[in-house]
Design a protein around this ligand. Structure first.
Ligand SMILES: [Zn+2]
Length: 339
């Protein structure tokens, strides 16, 4: 007798689990299911639980339940060595999923299951499939061979090729109500103040918020902010500012700059103080002096670069990129005639 909800699932994923079980009872699970939602929602935890349950040999068709944890399949799963399960993700230091990875998926799925009633593939993140890999996946998504399931994960649903999107059913994970996230983060040992601050900085995604505090991203961001304030007020040189960020991942710096810019835009448009996530950024500029068209142009540029970096398709020279972004940043304020 299995429990209806797997113990490993975060509390805010329970509804998604029950929703899936309902879909399964009514029309069976789709062969291609895409889990979408911001980073730090627990998409991967959920897809692993779905896979474990689909593979369990004691799974009763049409019945609500979770993996038994005892059968041969569940034991192999526990050992991390299940012959009917395959995970497809970026490999060999690449940020992309290449065609070789998708070929392995296709070859895997034409075999017959060895132990379980089906085969399961988890492919994540979908948005980093390169064009050839995505094309190689289309036919498999359209007509999955035998009894097989492909679970896909993405935090940027809009960046996924429409031909892939249209072949998958979607399960969207939205951030839980604040009270649920706060309670969970406090159970993990965070103070309420830290929990609130980190949720605010992480699009309300609880796992990302926990990670943010554990990895001390808060102090890191404070240091970045100090150097950005000094650069904006001409107290620091370009060289010194870049030196402060030299050990940090380029994509982290760029995404953070994007968030700072988003706050400046809100302030320029007259947003209330509580809508500004990082109020310290307002010490870089007096919002009323900001040039709206320059703000929009820089925001667009940063979003595009961040997307390219996340998808592994960027070949930017780090030094040149950061220099040009910082120069553009300092030029955001409307220049007064007397300066
Ligand atoms: Zn089992």
């Amino acid at each position: 007798m299995s429990n209806p909800i797997p113990a490993s699932l975060y509390p805010w994923l329970h509804d998604s689990w029950l929703d899936l079980q309902k879909r399964h009872r009514q029309q069976g699970l789709p062969h291609a299911l895409m889990l979408t939602g911001p980073r730090g929602m627990g998409k991967h935890v959920l897809s692993l639980e779905i896979a474990r349950w689909l593979l369990c040999t004691r799974r009763i068709p049409q019945q609500l339940g979770s993996a038994c944890g005892e059968c041969h399949s569940c034991q192999l799963w526990q050992a991390g060595n299940h012959p009917d399960f395959l995970e497809c993700k970026p490999e060999d230091g690449s940020k992309q999923i290449r065609i070789d990875g998708v070929r392995r998926v296709n070859e895997f799925l034409v075999q017959t299951p060895q132990i379980s009633p089906c085969q399961v593939v988890i492919l994540a993140p979908v948005e980093v499939l390169n064009v050839n890999a995505a094309n190689a996946l289309l036919k498999t998504l359209e007509e999955p061979p035998g009894e097989s399931f492909i679970l896909l994960e993405t935090e940027r649903h809009g960046s996924v090729m429409p031909t892939i999107r249209s072949r998958c059913q979607r399960l969207s994970l939205a951030p839980p109500p604040l009270a649920v996230s706060l309670a969970w983060l406090q159970q993990q040992g965070l103070t309420e103040t830290d929990a609130r601050q980190s949720l605010k900085s992480n699009q309300l995604a609880p796992v990302a918020a926990l990670e943010w505090v554990k990895q001390d991203y808060h102090s890191k961001h404070q240091n970045w902010l100090t150097s950005l304030q000094r650069w904006s007020s001409k107290q620091a040189s370009l060289e010194d500012t870049l030196a402060q960020w030299r050990n940090d991942e380029l994509v982290d710096v760029i995404e953070w700059l994007g968030k700072m810019l988003a706050d400046l835009m809100k302030a320029r448009m007259g947003a209330q103080p509580q809508q500004i996530i990082e109020s310290g950024v307002l010490q870089c500029f007096e919002p009323s002096t900001l040039d709206v068209s320059k703000l929009l142009a820089l925001h667009e540029r940063i979003s595009s670069v961040a997307g390219q970096l996340r998808s592994g398709v960027s070949h930017h020279n780090r030094q040149l990129l950061l220099e040009s972004l910082l120069i553009e940043w300092r030029g955001l304020a409307v220049t007064m005639g007397r300066i």
